[in-house]
Design a protein around this ligand. Structure first.
Ligand code: NAG
Ligand code: NAG
Ligand code: NAG
Ligand code: NAG
Ligand code: NAG
Ligand code: NAG
Ligand code: NAG
Ligand code: NAG
Ligand code: NAG
Ligand code: NAG
Ligand code: NAG
Ligand code: NAG
Length: 630
């Protein structure tokens, strides 16, 4: 196909079968993609946005990432399995310590053996650095492409929310006693831009965007050239931090053929809905007439925004150009938004749901915690990064690595081959996108109200499904639940988290440790020494349990909390609870009261919760969450 010819020339001639790239992660000053504000971003080799990565599935990918910013960095290849090599997964403090400033990490992405193809992305996974710009499309092109005969050319469509302030400042104001309700930072703009064959599409002629980002067309200065009668594959990716997007093209229909790397039977849709980190490929057949050009619409879903400031344009447009002399048709609005019903999509490669052996129930919500800040939590626990990255605990604990206590109280251990149902219940009123590292998840059940007795709102799980939809990032409706099934056949340490970056940072995550003994066996002689050297350079321990102790159950020194007010039952705890209610009522006054020491101390709260957790663990059951079916 003609569209791949330029791409082939990008393949590294150095080593056959390996595409090798070098990324120097740097700050870039004065980037201005929205045309509204110049700011510092995190880019590659002094430019932004980082170049798209396109790989042939018969090759493996080797990415040499040098960290030239002033804090630890990592790169996560989102959706890649890293089968039995989870130390290459790029999740800071789970799969590696972080690349210290000035050092290089060589990420080996075994695409040639993963059996994966389709549309992914790569992004920083340390302290929210991707929010500041370290993110790019990652496309895996297969010689066996399911729909190769059905399209003439392809484009990648990047959607993203955009902030004018840098992530650390935004995070500070988000997790703050002055923000007890947990209102997330509201984006300042939305972005849409395009790439093809590893390069971004330039701005339309006649536009004069800001100099630093002038090589790339953004929003109204970007266009997709269409030729009449041809069919295009658009790979649409939401690379944002917070906002979901609705995406459609005036005058054109779309047919979904892929979601998160899973090829599907064609499904016509008028509109796509994408939570952060989700991807769809759609086929779009061009019109026969060139008499008009057409608007492309990308509207941010603002339902989660605390408010929509008058300065924010949540609805952005770009165009399809048939002819430079044609006028634009811009239908400007739609009467309503529609969501893609992804669980109704049908994968082209059939994979039946196997009978489950384990069920993990996870209920999440957000609350003002005992310290006055707002956090996300699963089953009453806020996730904190372990002191020792989970994979290093796996590799250093010997036979004790099978103990789930060792990884901290937000961790679950599975045996090789377990068929695990994650029943994830959304106690919040908004929808949230959950991402599983190292796996694609089958969506075997979905409820719009998990507390309901009405089977139309809360249907029972049906076993024996022949081919449920699977993907790596699943949106859970507000008040609803999903049951996600995985076969635990990828040994290692994997994070499962809300992909809204603010929620991950506020603790909405758990760790899954798969087959630790098999992970140890398969890691023999394969873990590069720089893994350990980089930890040493950062002063981080690499052996022992989550807290760095040889005794798996000694978690002393492990960062925990903050705690839910309701975990405290001492008189002081009751005061704290009253404080919480007051917070809602009289806001800032209460916050000052907190700041002056009106509540139970964090240490006391921690001590109580620790006791409770220990007690439950002694009973052989952690919150009664893991049930093994007989
Ligand atoms: C970044 O710079 C290095 C060194 O000059 C070069 O080898 C590499 O190809 C560049 N990478 C990109 C993505 O431009
Ligand atoms: C990476 O970029 C930094 C900052 O521009 C520069 O000082 C350094 O020499 C570069 N390193 C490599 C390996 O290209
Ligand atoms: C393409 O399909 C053939 C036959 O199914 C298979 O042997 C081969 O490994 C596939 N190649 C890639 C790169 O997926
Ligand atoms: C994948 O590529 C790597 C690097 O070239 C090679 O060592 C390995 O044998 C390949 N694996 C398969 C299954 O082709
Ligand atoms: C990928 O590589 C294979 C084997 O080298 C080649 O036959 C195929 O044309 C390539 N496919 C693409 C999409 O570049
Ligand atoms: C598009 O270009 C115009 C100048 O032609 C510029 O004023 C505007 O900021 C640009 N828009 C974006 C999103 O870059
Ligand atoms: C374009 O014209 C062909 C031949 O008349 C027709 O089959 C096709 O449906 C038309 N396509 C569109 C998108 O109208
Ligand atoms: C574009 O619009 C102008 C003004 O409405 C009109 O005069 C012109 O004929 C239109 N051009 C085309 C190609 O339709
Ligand atoms: C389409 O119309 C909307 C609403 O008037 C406007 O904001 C947008 O700039 C228009 N898009 C183009 C590409 O002209
Ligand atoms: C964005 O578009 C939606 C759907 O067309 C519309 O309801 C909403 O009012 C628009 N918002 C703004 C700020 O224009
Ligand atoms: C991982 O590799 C094993 C074989 O070693 C295979 O059985 C399993 O399906 C793979 N899992 C994933 C998620 O790729
Ligand atoms: C496992 O933990 C126990 C209890 O602390 C300890 O005695 C034993 O040495 C540990 N085993 C290994 C292999 O580290």
């Amino acid at each position: 196909m003609w569209c791949f010819i330029p791409f082939l020339t990008l393949l590294s001639p150095a080593i056959a079968g390996v595409q090798e790239i070098w990324w120097n992660v740097t700050y870039v000053q004065n980037a201005n993609p929205d045309g509204l504000f110049e700011r510092r971003v995190i880019g590659v080799n002094g430019s932004w946005p980082p170049p798209p990565i396109e790989v042939n599935t018969s090759d493996s990918l080797l990415v040499h990432v040098t960290n030239s910013i002033d804090k630890p960095a990592t790169l996560h290849h989102h959706g890649m399995f890293f089968n039995s090599t989870s130390w290459m997964d790029g999740a800071m403090s789970v799969s590696q310590c972080g690349i210290p400033p000035g050092q290089t990490f060589d990420y080996v992405v075994p695409i040639n053996s993963s059996g994966q193809s389709g549309t992914y992305w790569a992004h920083g996974h340390s302290n929210g650095i991707y929010v500041d710009g370290l993110r790019t499309p990652l496309l895996l092109h297969s010689p066996n492409e399911t729909y190769a005969a059905d399209y003439d050319a392809e484009f990648t469509v990047v959607l993203s929310d955009w902030y004018h302030n840098e992530q650390p400042a935004l995070l500070n104001s988000f997790i703050n006693i002055a923000n007890p309700g947990g209102a997330e930072p509201i984006p300042d703009a939305a972005l849409i831009y395009f790439s093809q064959n590893g390069s971004y599409l330039a701005p339309i002629s006649g536009s004069h965007p800001s100099p630093v980002t002038s090589a790339v067309g953004f929003n109204e200065n970007a266009t997709l050239p269409f030729q009449p009668g041809k069919t295009y594959r658009l790979r649409v990716i939401n690379m944002g931090a917070f906002a979901g997007f609705f995406f459609w093209i005036d005058g054109h229909q779309m047919r979904i053929i892929e979601a998160d790397g899973t090829d599907t039977q064609e499904q016509p849709v008028d509109m796509l809905s994408l939570s952060v980190a989700q991807r769809y490929s759609v086929l779009v057949t061009a019109r026969n007439d060139t008499s008009s050009n057409w608007a492309i619409h990308a509207n941010m879903d603002t339902t989660m925004f605390d408010k929509v400031p008058s300065t924010l344009s949540p609805n952005i447009t770009s165009t399809i150009t048939y002819s430079s002399s044609s006028n634009l048709t811009n239908l400007t609005t739609v009467s309503s938004y529609t969501m893609v019903n992804d669980s109704a999509l049908i994968p082209t490669i059939i994979s039946p749901a196997l009978p489950p052996t384990n069920t993990v129930e996870l209920e999440f919500n957000f609350e003002t915690m005992s310290d006055g800040t707002n956090h996300g939590f699963f089953n009453d626990l806020v996730y904190n990064l372990p002191v020792v990255p989970a994979i290093m605990s796996v590799l250093s604990l010997g036979d004790n690595a099978t103990s789930s206590v060792a990884y901290g109280p937000y961790s679950f251990v599975f045996n090789y081959g377990d068929v695990v149902d994650l029943v994830v219940k959304n106690g919040d009123t908004n929808q949230h996108p959950f991402h599983m590292h190292g796996y694609s998840m089958q969506i075997v059940n979905k409820a719009t109200d998990y507390t309901s007795d009405d089977p139309s709102l809360n249907p029972p799980l049906v076993e024996g499904q022949v081919n449920p939809m699977r993907r790596d990032t699943v949106t859970i409706p507000g008040g609803g639940s999903v049951t996600l099934r995985i076969v635990a056949d990828n040994p290692g340490a994997w994070l499962f988290h809300c992909h809204i970056e603010w929620h991950l940072e506020s603790g909405l995550a758990v760790q899954f440790i798969t087959a630790p003994l098999e992970a140890q066996e398969r890691a023999q002689g394969r873990v590069p020494s720089f893994m350990y050297e980089q930890c040493a350079a950062l002063g981080m321990p690499t052996v022992g349990n989550a807290a760095g102790h040889a005794d798996p159950s000694d978690l002393s020194g492990l960062p925990l909390g903050p705690w839910l007010q309701k975990l405290g039952w001492l008189p002081k705890g009751i005061w704290a609870m009253a404080g919480c209610v007051l917070t809602a009522v009289i806001g800032i006054v209460t916050v000052m009261w907190y700041a002056m020491g009106g509540s139970i101390t964090e240490e006391e709260m921690e001590e109580e919760a620790r006791k409770r957790i220990e007690e439950k663990e002694r009973k052989g059951k952690f919150f009664g969450l893991i049930k093994r079916k007989s």
